[in-house]
Design a protein around this ligand. Sequence first.
Ligand code: SF4
Length: 470
Amino acid sequence: MCGIVGILGTNDSSLKVYEALLVLQHRGQDSAGITSYDLSSAKFSTHKEMGQVSEVFGGKALSKLHGEVAIGHTRYSTIGEVKESDLQPMMVSYPYTVAMAHNGNLSNYIDLKKELMHKGHFFTSDNDLEVLLHLLTKHLSRSLENNFFDKLCFAVNEILNIAEGGYSVVATIGGEGLMAFRDRHGIRPLVYGVKRNEDRTLSYCFSSETSVLDFLGYQNLGEVGAGELILVRPDGSLLKKNLIKRENLPCMFEWIYFAGPESSIEGKSVYKTRLKLGQELSTKINESGFVDSIDVIVPVPDTSRVSAIAISEDLGIPYREVLVKNRYVQRSFIQNGQEKRKMTVNLKFSVIREQVEGKNILLIDDSIVRGTTSKKIVNLLKDHGANKIFFASTCPPIISPCYYGIDFPTKGELAAASRTIAELESYLGVEKVFYNDILNLQTALEEIGFCRACLDSEYPYPQREVHHVT
Ligand code: SF4
């Protein structure tokens, strides 16, 4: 999972993209990058490095990124080490000069790359974005259309037809403007907005989340649709086309975990959805007969706070913030590598002992993925004198890998995949585990369609072995 942004129509586009990346920092903390394009000098400039956004763009880096168009990326990588060559945005310069960034994963990346290599394409990274770049320029040069937007429609249509997976893309192509498109199921999020500059010209912004549009003062124009292509020309005119659309299946894990609570996805507020997930879960807990055994509701910060408040209100049990997060440690789920993740959990929380000693705690978390964090937190609370621990997850049991950009790589790593609830309770060392089920999730999301392949193994694309996730 990553955060992407693209802005056109303002002289300080790279500064605005930098501010946007700060807002999207929670989506990935491995690296950050910006590529800008200056219309008058026809010059691209790029700066990208390992690290968080403010580290990468501290100093003078931003002052070298000129132009009216800029795209940016904040990266979360999940498999293997992060390599300099994989950082985004990426560029190719022949036969078109294109800079591109994406969020997601091509599930048939290996096959596509092999096919391109067979046809003479040369790759410099292990990032599936490079495949998209090659496909775009290849099909742009193959197109017989005269008009650039028609050419682009042809090329992106070819991509959408053959590239499987969940991906949202922003790119800038020389003097042709800023483009964005989304996979045919709309799995990964992408929204766009417009604002009028003081001189009455228009500026457009594409972003992974609506929070960026709000923060930068853009009017939200909605989602880039599944299988839709949008091109904003340098003069501010906007062209769009639905190229190929299948069932709209946005990733449910955005509402559960990834997106900021101030964002909306597909018009559904993340905050309200998390409240509803809490309400659904409290009904289940209420029916379990264990309510009288619980003294306090404790959220695992930060994502589960909203649901925990709803559960506390519904059950009439006090809410207590007893896990104090060290804000300088990155989110454990989006740390790549198990060892790194374990280390992060160790450093991440302190406990307010007097609020825990002798208490029966209902711990609320957004999900149980590998169980590493959950088990560690349960032990931490017990070490600080907690009596009994009950555990509630707002996400239903995750039983299958994700091939579309979230780090659930193998069934064997998923805590709920091969355990009964009783086995999971014993593994975590808790009295009882409560889960929402898929119907609860459907109710919370007001019956819209969504991808749930990791919950029911019903994949929108054929299942494949995936070796690379960005
Ligand atoms: S498989 Fe799960 S995590 Fe992956 S895109 Fe679908 S809902 Fe999201």
